[in-house]
Design a binder for this molecule. Structure first.
Ligand code: MEV
Length: 449
């Protein structure tokens, strides 16, 4: 039985580690050494990371890679990606090079509106409430003037505020819905601050009005929060080329490739089991750049999956058309991103990523990230409908297997060379490793690792 702890957050970092190893680890010194080995050598940088969250005891490394040669709207980008999955960066880079020679990615930012709600319960006359909210609409803007001043100066702010009647779904349930333009910031804090003030303005105005009965004045504010569903903050990215230009050296004829590819996309449009995996592959490309640029990948994931279900069924986020000899492949995704505020001006690697991308606006970053998702999906489907996914994936994974086996650099070189023209599997890699070391029983090696 472990001991619960009181006041853990008040302990020093050393104190937290001490408590943790005393309660949860056998080899205490080894654990302490490991945690400390991941501290940044510069105490100032470490302090910065310590203060991002509560109870930081170390850092958790994720590889930071680059996918070059992304031609997006005529501009060439090297895209930063933070991700642990072996084949993602390689796949992105391969797709980018493929489309570089075929005109690149063309994007359109469809809209950049974000939404938030005051969820409240009101048990009175709905029509009366609706016209009252219309009457006091200006008050919402006046009461938030100091919160919105900077955003308005940058060209953003509150776009509109209205009442949504949800009483058919839940008794007495209404929303004060507000739509916002937050320019280059993701805008979560801005939106939530506005919403908290709207709730205050609403309840005070109803309380002071003679139009409502005492019972009607009993408005209960349940929550004031932005929505991470952003169907009005959407970007589209597209690649296209004549079908005959789809030759890629895999031996398959371009027409056959186009047909197989389009059919694979269609399957993800009609079949949720496949759509989930299909979209997961897209999110490989999206999340990696979202993380590298200091944005909130959980918010992006949530929005994309809701968007994928907007027609009442979970579907593919990408679409494909082969018409009049032209192959067209596109993605449409909601991406609420920021390139100012939050981590973007704090995390040194995020700052570096944004510099690598030539300091994009939020809209430009939407275009870049949507293209990364599309590239990733193109690479996955291209492999799936031709050679299969494992060939490329296992090739990239080979080094992970060899690292698990603690192979030397020389052994890795020999084994990677050996698999250049062969299919990699876990057992084939272990067998080759054993052969090289003169180990008779591969089972022994696996057991010891
Ligand atoms: C693996 O991370 C992603 C894929 O499964 C995506 C797909 O199947 O389209 C390869």
């Amino acid at each position: 039985m472990k001991n619960a702890v009181k006041g853990f957050s008040k302990l020093s970092k050393e104190g937290k580690i001490e408590w943790l190893v005393d309660n949860y680890f056998e080899d205490k010194q080894k654990t302490i050494d490991l945690l400390k080995s991941y501290w940044h050598q510069n105490p100032k940088v470490q302090k910065l990371h310590d203060e991002f969250i509560e109870n930081t005891i170390s850092n958790f490394f994720t590889p930071f890679g680059v996918a070059p040669n992304f031609l997006i709207d005529g501009k060439l980008y090297a895209i930063p990606m933070a991700i642990e999955e072996s084949s993602v960066v390689a796949a992105a880079a391969k797709s980018a090079s493929f489309w570089l020679e075929r005109g690149g990615f063309k994007t359109t930012v469809v809209s950049t509106v974000k939404t938030g709600h005051v969820h409240f319960i009101y048990k009175g006359d709905g029509n009366k409430l609706r016209s009252f909210i219309t009457d006091i609409n200006g008050q919402f803007y006046r009461d938030t003037a100091s919160i919105t001043a900077n955003m308005r100066a940058r060209g953003g702010g509150i776009l509109n505020i209205g009442l949504i009647d949800k009483t058919l779904e839940m008794e007495g349930y209404y929303q004060l819905e507000a739509r916002f333009e937050t320019c280059d910031s993701m805008g979560a804090n801005f939106i939530n601050s506005c919403l908290e003030q709207f709730a205050q303005t609403l309840t005070t105005a109803i309380e002071q009005s003679d139009e409502f009965t005492q019972e009607e004045k009993d408005v209960q504010v349940v929550m004031r929060i932005l929505s991470n569903y952003t169907p009005e903050c959407v970007v589209r990215s597209e690649v296209s080329c004549p079908v005959e230009e789809l030759k890629d050296g895999s031996g398959i004829e371009p027409e056959e490739f186009a047909e197989k590819f389009a059919r694979a996309v269609r399957i993800a449009e009609v079949e949720p089991y496949r759509a989930t995996t299909h979209n997961k592959g897209i999110m490989n490309g999206i999340d990696a750049v979202v993380i590298a640029t200091g944005n909130d990948f959980r918010a992006i994931e949530a929005a994309c999956h809701t968007y994928a279900s907007r027609n009442g069924k979970y579907q593919s986020l990408t679409h494909c058309e082969v018409k009049d000899g032209i192959f067209k492949f596109w993605i449409e995704v909601p991406l609420a991103l920021g390139t100012v505020g939050g981590l973007t001006s704090l995390h040194p690697m995020v700052k570096l990523s944004l510099e690598m991308l030539d300091h994009p606006s939020a809209s430009e970053l939407m275009s870049i990230i949507a293209s990364s998702g599309l590239a990733q999906n193109f690479a996955a489907l291209r492999a799936l409908v031709t050679t299969g996914i494992q060939k490329g994936h296992m090739k990239m994974h080979l080094l992970n297997i060899l690292n698990q086996l603690e192979a030397t650099e020389e052994e890795k070189k020999v084994i990677v060379e050996y698999f250049k023209d062969k299919v990699v599997s876990h057992s084939a890699a272990v067998n080759k490793f054993c052969e090289l070391r003169g180990i008779k029983s591969p089972q022994q090696v696996i057991k010891n690792k």
